[in-house]
Design a protein around this ligand. Sequence first.
Ligand code: FAD
Length: 379
Amino acid sequence: MNKSSSTFDVIIVGGGLAGLSSAIHLSNANLRVLVIEKNSYPKHKVCGEYISNEVLPYLKFLDIDVFSLGAKRINKFQLSTTQSKLISTTLPLGGFGISRFCLDHALANKAHEVGAEILQDSVEDIQFLNDEFSVNTKNTELFKAKIVIGAYGKRSNLDIKLNRQFIKRKSPYLAVKTHVAGIFPDDVVALHNFEGGYCGVSKVENDNINVCYITNVNRFKKYKNIDEFQQKVLCQNMFLRHIFNSTNPVFEEPLTISQISFDAKKPVENHILMCGDTAALIHPLCGNGMSIAIRSAQMASVLIINYFNSETSDRDALEKQYLREWNVAFKSRLKTGHMVANVFNQPKLSQVLMHGLKWFPAILPSIIKRTHGKIMTIE
Ligand SMILES: Cc1cc2nc3c(=O)[nH]c(=O)nc-3n(C[C@H](O)[C@H](O)[C@H](O)COP(=O)(O)OP(=O)(O)OC[C@H]3O[C@@H](n4cnc5c(N)ncnc54)[C@H](O)[C@@H]3O)c2cc1C
């Protein structure tokens, strides 16, 4: 990339689901877009890989057909307690299973096809001065843009640079994800609880089974390694025992991440419009962080296009409108997600909940509905 090409309308920091969806949307509106992503594609990510159907119309609008990529249609939900008591229900909206390896790659290819530039580099600093952003990367020159979208995920070196509050507090959560080969229904997403955490299980496009769990680091540290933790803790739940003992690992080693924070963040910081996990992370047990990421990308993109078309009066109006829409769309979903996670964190309370659900199974879909959005509309 030479010097003359270093000024863009929009720079998107991070090329995950939020960043790439925005890149396609904005490039289709003829804006000059640069995505800066520190990793190459395709790449596996720690994620449960179950996505709510709410995003299907928008993915279609972006010209991404997940079913032609092999995504599995999922419409059943199973929930089990640490004592292996199982509740099954139909998902109100349903969803699909697709690996991040496949989906992020497809979005990156589409972004490139519609004219977005994608640079593999790590953003080290973002400065805002005289109504313009300067974006510094590790290996390349300085880039300039009128608008910057922060779509760099759950946590990054940039959060320290931006002096964001949540990064100052340590988080006890860590997550492990692997793919295994074996028998599991295509149309089910399961959430199996174990002492100190929960594990999602569902299939992805190539028939592999995604097994992804989240737990507390202090509990995890008592065991020699991941294998011992899984055998001694997760396998106390008979459904997880069956999965671990009847399947073969596909990955050489599971992927892990730590310091997963669910603390509140600001969706606009230093004039940067934050999208996806950079704006907030919903508890993974709700299974809709990805749809929130994609929906927030749509929201930001529509407003940014209005801004460049002079339909929005100025930057201040753009930021206020984004904040307003973001709060309306996500605040209550996040709150319900926190409440449900708190219940599952307390064994006695979660037993009471599960007992209640056994007697009144209709409550479960209504809890699910509260953490999920409605089918997205295209503007
Ligand atoms: C254990 C677990 C299980 C989950 N399961 C589900 C599930 O089943 N369903 C669901 O809907 N959601 C799930 N989620 C949530 C979901 O994974 C996230 O909400 C989603 O990935 C958010 O997408 P994003 O685009 O915001 O961020 P990401 O996909 O994380 O993308 C951010 C990108 O930014 C890049 N980046 C970071 N820093 C920089 C930098 N300085 N410079 C350049 N690039 C940078 C990263 O490399 C990354 O590619 C789960 C989350 C966890 C932790």
